[in-house]
Each structure stands twice: as structure tokens, then as C-alpha cells.
Design a protein around this ligand. Structure first.
Ligand code: C2E
Ligand code: CA
Ligand code: CA
Ligand code: CA
Length: 278
């Protein structure tokens, strides 16, 4: 039995090794990705539910890994957070997104707000207010055209986050709460944080035309948001039927594959600048 046990251990060892090696190589590649300029931003349009006008974009990071191809942020963002790299990556995202938005404006394209995702570590390990202020100065983007997306995780960090967010809001930047409904203590931070928009998580939008529970939850969120003077954006709208219900229940904005998946900046440019009709 002893020998058997030993054999078993040996059997598993190479596999575990392999995984550790892969992870290490992923970490090394991630560490070099910024200077190698392997990150790009894609942008997903956000629209007014009632007019169907594009009112904003969400910047979503993509990593073109030398060997693995496109790596999803769901895979490398958690790793970047563990490594503390997310602070530098997040700053790059902020700079790139603001510069891009300013460029669209200079090209005479219709004004859109730019949504940028923030990680909790960017609150803890960096002077976020200073960084946002510098990025706005350098890109010369109107602060009103930047929207920072935070999650409940950040909101839960308490007093210091409120102060940081308040100081950022005073720059003229707006703040959205992302993935609403999936975390904890939703009501506390709705009361205490300087939030402009609630982004309802996709899980509540999915099949809202058939799913009574989702419809009930979304209707209640919209009623509450209205009372609190907040805007509501529905995430992950994939179907015309879902959009119809969102219209009915008075949702303000939406984004999702139904209108467009996230696109590279050249395609966004084309989308914002349709050829003349005559
Ligand atoms: P998120 O902020 O909730 O972003 C929305 C995600 O849903 C995006 O995935 C988007 O492509 C996807 N999506 C949009 N519309 C639909 C739809 O109709 N159906 C479905 N099934 N999915 C839809 P993506 O781009 O893979 O990003 C995943 C997550 O990675 C983001 O979730 C966000 O948490 C994180 N992330 C992305 N970019 C950044 C970034 O620059 N900084 C930070 N800290 N996190 C980021
Ligand atoms: Ca987001
Ligand atoms: Ca989200
Ligand atoms: Ca999410």
C-alpha cells in the first residue's frame, strides 16, 4: 500500500508541476505585456432605451498574448490583481480610454461618455484622485465625459473609499455601480456613495420577457433608482424581446450584444460616423 501511495503521488506530480509552470509563465508574460504593448481596448456602445441613441461606451481590455492569442479579461484580471499589476494596467486603461474619447471628439463625432472599470486595488494602492486628475489634464477630456465603474467590493471597503469617490466626483467625473445585485450591502452604499448610475447585472436581464422573477427584480430596482434620483442601465441585452420589456418598465439605458459586442476603436469610429444619406 505504501508503494502504491508513493506511485500515486508520482503520478500526480508532473501534472501539478505543469500547471505551476504554466501559471508562472502566464505571470511573466503578464508582467511584460504593458511594455510590449500587448493590451488593447475594445469599446461597447451604451444606448438610450427610448431613443436608441448611443450615449456612451464601456472600455473593455483585451490581451493579445504572444502564444495564446486573445486572453479574456475574466482570466487575466484576477491574476493581475493578485500580482498587484492591476494598478499599472488600470492606469493605462484610464489614459488610453480618455485619450481615445478626446480623439473622437476632435474628429467631430457625437459626444459619448467613456466608462472605465476600476479594480478595488486601485483605491487601496494608488492615489486614484491624483491619477484621474492627471489623466484628465493630459488627455484634455471633459471630466463630464468620464464615468468610473466600481463594484460592490470597492463600496464595501468603507469610509476611505467614500472620501476618494467624493473627491473624484468633485472633478466632474461620474460614478456607476457595476454588476448591481450580485454583491453585498447594495442599499448601504446606494445611500452613502456619490453614484449616478446603477448598472443592473446581466443575470437579471436575461430572458426578462419570460422570467417573472427577473422582471420583478428589475422593476423594483428601477422604482428605487427613480426615488433616489439615479439612472439605470441594463447590462447584457441580447434580444429585442428583452429590450421591449426594458422600455415598458422605464429603464434608461442599455448595452449588450443585441446592439453590439465590444469593438475595436476603428469600428466604433465607423459606428459613430455613419456615411451621409444624400
Ligand atoms: P463587466 O465590467 O461586467 O463587463 C461586461 C462584460 O460582459 C464584458 O465581458 C462584455 O464583453 C460582456 N458582455 C457585454 N454584452 C454582453 C451580452 O449581451 N451578452 C454576454 N453574454 N456578455 C456581454 P469582458 O469584456 O470579457 O470583460 C469581463 C470582465 O472583465 C468585465 O466585466 C470586468 O469585470 C473585467 N474587465 C474588463 N476590462 C477591464 C478593465 O479595463 N479593468 C478592470 N479592472 N476590469 C476589467
Ligand atoms: Ca463594467
Ligand atoms: Ca458589469
Ligand atoms: Ca462583471
Amino acid at each position: 500500500a505504501k508503494r502504491h501511495g508513493k506511485n500515486c503521488y508520482r503520478l500526480y506530480a508532473p501534472d501539478m508541476n505543469q500547471r505551476a509552470v504554466e501559471r508562472l509563465s502566464m505571470q511573466n508574460n503578464l508582467r511584460l505585456a504593458l511594455e510590449r504593448k500587448e493590451f488593447v481596448l475594445h469599446y461597447q456602445p451604451q444606448l438610450d432605451v427610448h431613443t436608441n441613441h448611443i450615449i456612451g461606451m464601456e472600455a473593455l481590455i483585451r490581451w493579445q498574448h504572444p502564444a495564446l492569442g486573445m486572453v479574456s479579461p475574466a482570466q487575466f484580471i484576477p491574476l493581475a490583481e493578485e500580482m498587484g499589476l492591476i494598478v499599472a494596467i488600470g492606469e493605462w486603461v484610464l489614459e488610453t480610454a480618455c485619450t481615445q474619447n478626446r480623439q473622437w471628439q476632435e474628429q467631430g463625432l457625437p459626444e459619448v461618455s467613456m466608462g472605465v472599470n476600476l479594480s478595488a486595488l486601485q483605491f487601496k494602492n494608488s492615489n486614484l484622485h491624483e491619477i484621474v486628475k492627471n489623466v484628465l489634464d493630459q488627455s484634455r477630456l471633459d471630466a463630464g465625459l468620464l464615468d468610473l465603474e466600481i463594484t460592490e467590493q470597492i463600496a464595501m471597503d468603507g469610509e476611505s473609499s467614500i472620501e476618494i469617490l467624493q473627491s473624484i466626483k468633485e472633478l466632474g467625473v461620474s460614478i456607476s455601480i457595476d454588476d448591481f445585485g450580485t454583491g453585498y450591502s447594495s442599499f448601504k452604499y446606494l445611500k452613502e456613495f456619490p453614484i449616478k448610475t446603477i448598472k443592473i447585472d446581466r443575470s437579471f436581464i436575461k430572458n426578462i420577457h419570460q422570467n417573472e422573477k427577473n422582471r420583478g427584480i428589475v422593476t423594483a430596482i428601477i422604482a428605487m433608482a427613480y426615488t433616489l434620483g439615479l439612472q439605470v442601465l441594463a447590462e447584457g441585452v441580447e434580444l429585442a424581446e428583452e429590450l421591449d420589456i426594458l422600455k415598458e418598465v422605464g429603464c434608461d439605458f442599455y448595452q449588450g450584444y443585441y446592439f453590439s459586442k465590444p469593438l475595436p476603436c476603428e469600428e466604433i469610429q465607423r459606428l459613430l460616423n455613419p456615411p451621409c444619406e444624400s
